[in-house]
Design a protein around this ligand. Sequence first.
Ligand code: SAM
Ligand code: SF4
Length: 522
Amino acid sequence: MNEKQRLEMSQIKHGDAADRKSGQDKPLHEKTTEDFAKYFQTTFQPPNINKARKRYREDIEVHYDFEIPEDMKHIGNGKKFLIQTYGCQMNEHDTEVMAGILNEMGYQATTETEDADIILLNTCAIRENAENRVFGEIGHLKSLKVEKPDLILGVCGCMSQQETVVNRILKKHQHVDLIFGTHNIHRLPHLIKEGMFSKANVVEVWSKEGDIIENLPKSRKGKIKAWVNIMYGCDKFCTYCIVPMTRGKERSRRPEDIIQEVRHLAAQGYKEVTLLGQNVNAYGKDFEDISYRFGDLMNDLHKIDIPRVRFTTSHPRDFDDHLIEVLAQGGNLLDHIHLPVQSGSNEILRRMNRKYTRESFLELVGKIRAAIPNVTLTTDIIVGFPNETEEQFEETMTLMEEVGFESAYTFIYSPREGTPAAVMKDNITMEVKRERLQRLNDLVNKQSAESMKAYQDKVVKVLVEGESKRDPDVLSGYTEKNKVVNFKGPKSIIGQIVDVKITETRTWSLNGELVQNTVEVN
Ligand code: SAM
Ligand code: SF4
């Protein structure tokens, strides 16, 4: 689909200045979900496992022709923007893209809400509490909007891809000017123009997600580490997860575009890139003209002169032997793999639609450890999936120990409307779920602290990122295995990879002292 067709498909709605919703046929407070559904009529599709395969066959177009419209190029001169980001690295990186676009329009970043002429909330829909925080913030910003009617307030990101959320904002938070989805980021200049000149509220949410827009400007957060998207979307349809709906189908960027971006970052002096995707190891599955998978990409990035290449997140299902073989080469491919397992129970994994078993997961871990003996493994775990029994939860605990995960992001299952799990019966009380989470977290803490102890008196390579948040006299950075290290040293080494001898180990961090000629920890 080209830009013209996209414009025709756009779901922009205008009101007038006196009553921003008065162009509609009934007062807003009388509207129902059906009235708002038209915004999604041609585009909205609820998540559906059977449709996933169909999505796969749709064409993917890559565009290299992004431009800020001439009349919007200086519209932000002398004005400021603030983007508040919720959720994962993908959202952090989308924020960098939106900041890049706004900078090219003349806007400057601010951290003060009162100074901002544009405020965007880049939202996360993965769990209910993330959504609640955003609604709280939208509420807080109302008084500012009343004080500064020219302020443009926008809600974007994953929440905006949900019909119910858009309905709720339109109905209850009429001070929001823009609502746009994850597939509409490149349309930001047009949306701002709509919001500015028509003084109407603008809704643009596409579910058509086949395209990849290259050459979007980016204002990266720092000069040391950078995010690089390698693919978008997800076709896995885990039954608890909203991502396939909010991010669309799996589609990979062309290898040459990724390699060029990483080369460019290396030339600019960046020391580390993190490749981003919901399942980075599904990379390339959607290419019809070439046979090129994640292992091939890592192999090519291994040859680039950038000290550290990380990736997140990998799905156990697509972790193939070629990838393991390539990662085993080491060098700039770091020996830390984040491999979300979600549960240790086969029955729960089946109901989650994860498409692997405890046994096949352990087999994969065995293969990885055989090829990369010093590998650090970390994971994501959900507790309290509907009807999870005590025995099933115990299986997660034993798997955590058996694999020897050094850390884990742990979550209580949060029902997400539109996902298959949300309609599953659940007999487990929140009290039991909280108690299980506590037990799991105690185990995670114990395993993390144990893994840290191995570093006592060892020397590690640390990419120094800056001053520690707690103490400006202390520098802070990450090891190759992603452990935080705090130590004293001159500010001049910020941005460098230095050797640090570990003098004290804690549960989640290491303290050390800067050394000169040393060997790396194994
Ligand atoms: N694509 C990655 C994968 O499959 O492992 C994960 C991406 S998701 C943004 C990050 C984590 O959020 C998941 O690994 C899962 O543990 C958690 N998560 C997703 N949906 C959830 C839900 N409905 N309730 C609780 N946790 C959830
Ligand atoms: Fe969500 Fe990850 Fe499953 Fe995709 S693979 S549906 S992003 S948990």
